[in-house]
Design a protein. Structure first.
Ligand SMILES: *Cc1c(COP(=O)(O)O)cnc(C)c1O
Length: 462
């Protein structure tokens, strides 16, 4: 299996190359040239297997023999052994036909652990094999940095530098990063805001001369391996609820579109899915595009569901590539126009998208109302991201007889502010984390200049 760019101009890559590469050099994102297909029998055979075994079977075709089966099974098993629940991602029944898929039992209590626990191990495997080392740089406004750090803390051949804006990250989020005392983990508090931190990371990727030939690796959601790892839980949940004999629907709190796109991949690979519901907060580009064909940027809104605060959904490009019948030129033209001015999708691809996808947008006041309402009805305290999915599942659902799975993307203790605003006393951290506020922290404060940050990386990488 080879991987090709959504803009049609970059060279096709192997699995190993695609794991080590972020953006394609034509500005596009890598996708598999052809998708593996699971027969009804292959799906039925997965019923009752462990999450790690389902993960091995679903991902094996993408790895394409570039890692031997025993080694790959070992990486997968280790990745999901870090989760604090025997089912890894348990399904919880809310009412007659509505389920929550709890994605928050990993080390940082949010769904990004599912992909990053595996990605760190894959990167380390390939780097060791090539006898190379690499540097990861990333900027975080609080949430994703910790998942990347937890995914890489045991990697011998990787050093990870995560920049966060000094004094502008909540204490729990900062401590989830800074209490990881591994000697390949470097937390940098920038005396500036998130945009400053992100700009320095972007500039470092654009010009890597300061590293003197070392490789800089991106672990953001444009990395194909993250999508690949996320396909697994759609298959696992579908099979648990009766696939291949029964259809299932999913409601997905969405931002960069990586999570729900992985679901779409599972569907294209043979999982019977009735409907995908894209839930957004007030940053509703996906909802506007689907319902009003308004594919345009709007100013960023800071919401109670901050991990969904985006202006552009980077992985939407992967779906567009499919909807435009894999015409890289058409996708490139559309996205170039989108960068400059409000635009719209062509009729045919939009109609294709609307066959499987619905959408719903939820504002902050409604998020609070949903947290209260869901608790009243089900006894569950939802986190604010999950609350958008819960409401979208109710309002945009096509039929009641198909089981609906809402993806619970974060643990409510991680977003206590919204939970308290909704009128609750807060939610305790899970017991394995209850000493987080007492643990030793380590981080460096640096001025917001590119020179200072790059010098720090050069001085500290191993
Ligand atoms: C990242 C994130 C999302 C959005 O996922 P995308 O793949 O970007 O669509 C939703 N909820 C939480 C808690 C997240 O961390």
């Amino acid at each position: 299996m080879r991987y090709v760019s959504t803009r049609g101009q970059a060279p096709a890559l192997s699995f190993e190359e695609v794991v080590l590469t972020g953006l394609a050099n034509d500005g596009g994102l890598y996708v598999p040239e052809t998708l593996p297909h699971f027969s009804a029998e292959a799906l039925a055979d997965m019923a009752g297997l462990s999450y790690a075994e389902i993960a091995f079977r679903v991902m094996k075709p993408f790895v394409n023999g570039e890692i031997d089966d025993d080694t790959f099974r070992g990486l997968v098993t280790d990745a999901y052994a870090t989760f604090n629940h025997d089912a890894v991602l348990p399904l919880k029944q809310l009412d007659a036909n509505h389920f929550l898929l709890e994605q928050f039992h990993g080390p940082t209590l949010a769904f990004k652990d599912v992909a990053l626990q595996l990605l760190g191990r894959l990167l380390d495997h390939f780097l060791k094999k090539r006898n190379e080392r690499a540097v990861i740089m990333g900027a975080t406004s609080g949430d994703t940095g910790s998942a990347a750090i937890e995914g890489c803390r045991h990697c011998d051949n990787l050093d990870i530098f995560i920049l966060h804006p000094h004094n502008r990250v909540s204490e729990v989020q900062r401590r989830q990063m800074t209490t990881v005392l591994a000697n390949n983990v470097f937390n940098v508090a920038i005396e500036g805001n998130f945009d400053d931190a992100q700009a320095m990371v972007k500039q470092s990727f654009a010009n890597q001369d300061f590293l003197n030939g070392s490789r800089l690796v991106a672990v953001n959601s444009i990395n194909w391996a993250r999508i690949m790892a996320q396909i697994v839980y759609y298959v696992a949940a579908g099979v648990a609820l009766g696939a291949p004999h029964r259809e299932v629907s999913f409601s997905v709190p969405s931002a960069n579109f990586g999570n729900v796109f992985a679901g779409y991949m599972a569907y294209k690979m043979g999982l019977p899915v009735k409907q995908f519901i894209i839930a957004t907060n007030a940053n509703d580009i996906l909802h506007r595009t689907l319902t009003a064909n308004d594919f345009s940027k709007r100013e960023l809104a800071a919401t109670l569901a901050p991990s969904m605060d985006i202006v552009v959904s980077s992985n939407f490009e992967r779906l567009l590539f499919d909807a435009y019948e894999r015409d890289g030129h058409a996708v490139a033209a559309l996205l170039e126009r989108f960068q400059i001015e409000p635009t719209a999708l062509a009729e045919a691809p939009l109609a294709t998208l609307r066959e499987k996808f619905s959408s719903f947008s939820v504002d902050d006041a409604t998020i609070l109302e949903v947290i209260r309402e869901a608790h009243h009805r089900t006894g569950e305290i939802l986190d604010p991201h999950t609350a958008t999915g819960y409401r979208a599942a109710e309002r945009a659902r096509a039929d009641q007889s198909t089981p609906m799975v809402t993806l619970a993307t974060a643990h409510p203790a991680k977003f206590a502010e919204a939970v308290v605003k909704a009128g609750f006393q807060g939610v305790p951290l899970p017991t394995h984390m209850d000493d987080l506020l007492e643990r030793e922290e380590r981080y460096s404060v640096l001025p917001a200049t590119l020179e200072a940050v790059q010098q720090f990386v050069v001085d500290n990488r191993r």
